[in-house]
Unconditional design. Structure first.
Length: 293
């Protein structure tokens, strides 16, 4: 619950800080532009140097936050940004993601927004939260470490028997009844949670981070976290339909179309079942052009 409140507070802070940052930055950008124009006219030989310096100055840095906003931002980064991944490229791109969040860059905000938050209705059976799948896969950013794309991973949270007893108790299920359905209930219960990360990060690094993070958030609860590489997807690994699957769909569509045409022809010719005359359709008596016995 604390994480859900924290996410809500951060989203409000992001919008507020973005507006304030844009408002405060507007007056400062006007004066340097005039000075730069004057210097270019007076000293043509310094055009390249000043243009380079001007481009460096325009790079967006970390947005200034209040102490409370900074604490919220740090908590969000600690939760959604992988901590000490083993893969070197993943480690560098995670740093790009952290810097992008602190700078409120759109691509980093979309990556954070694509990840799951604690969904409502868990006790009522709302066990699956896939986040923003399409938005995650559409993320693309050119960085100093190469192109950064979104990777969508869905890991499973398997609750222990103690948690299941507590939750099922809300439905007035007796202990005796629980013992009878225990095996089927425990094997079937999965809380699916999704995150959006840089595509260079392997599933092992994702699992290590979120296993540790969730254990800290749910300290004292029996929860097992699982994740396989097949549960992660990028735009390049997204499955595509094969020619055989397209052929099957075309064939199935043709059969459905033929059935509809035959039905319409029989109804229009008066040979349908119960058309007000009491006559029934008889085998071989139809007028379907596709089937003549």
């Amino acid at each position: 619950m604390n994480l859900a409140k924290t996410v809500t507070h951060l989203q409000v802070c992001i919008v507020t800080c973005y507006i304030l940052n844009a408002t405060k930055a507007a007056p400062r950008n006007n004066t340097p532009s005039k000075a730069f124009s004057y210097n270019v006219a007076a000293f043509p030989e310094k055009i390249a140097t000043q243009a380079k310096n001007n481009g460096t100055a325009n790079k967006k840095g970390a947005v200034k936050l209040t102490m409370k906003q900074g604490l919220i931002m740090n908590q969000i980064i600690a939760t959604y940004a992988l901590n000490a991944p083993r893969d070197l490229l993943c480690k560098r791109q995670v740093e790009d993601f952290k810097n992008g969040l602190r700078s409120l860059e759109p691509w980093a905000l979309r990556m954070f927004d694509s990840s799951s938050k604690l969904q409502p209705g868990v006790l009522m059976g709302n066990m699956v939260e896939y986040g923003a799948f399409e938005q995650c896969l559409s993320i693309y950013k050119e960085t100093e470490n190469g192109p950064l794309r979104g990777k969508h991973c869905s890991f499973r949270l398997i609750p222990g028997e103690t948690i299941l007893k507590t939750v099922i108790g809300f439905r007035n299920v007796s202990h005796k009844r629980f013992e009878k359905i225990k095996s089927s209930v425990i094997q079937g219960v999965r809380l699916i949670w999704s995150v959006c990360i840089p595509d260079s990060c392997p599933a092992a690094d994702v699992l290590n981070h979120f296993n540790r993070t969730i254990m800290e958030l749910a300290q004292g609860l029996e929860i097992t976290v699982t994740l396989k590489e097949e549960n992660c997807m990028t735009l390049s690994t997204r499955p595509q339909w094969s020619s055989g699957e397209y052929s099957f769909l075309i064939l199935a569509g043709g059969v459905v179309f033929a059935v509809l045409v035959c039905t319409i022809i029989d109804l229009m010719s008066g040979n349908g079942a119960f058309l007000g005359t009491g006559r029934r359709w008889k085998a071989g008596g139809g007028t379907c052009p596709f089937y003549q016995p």
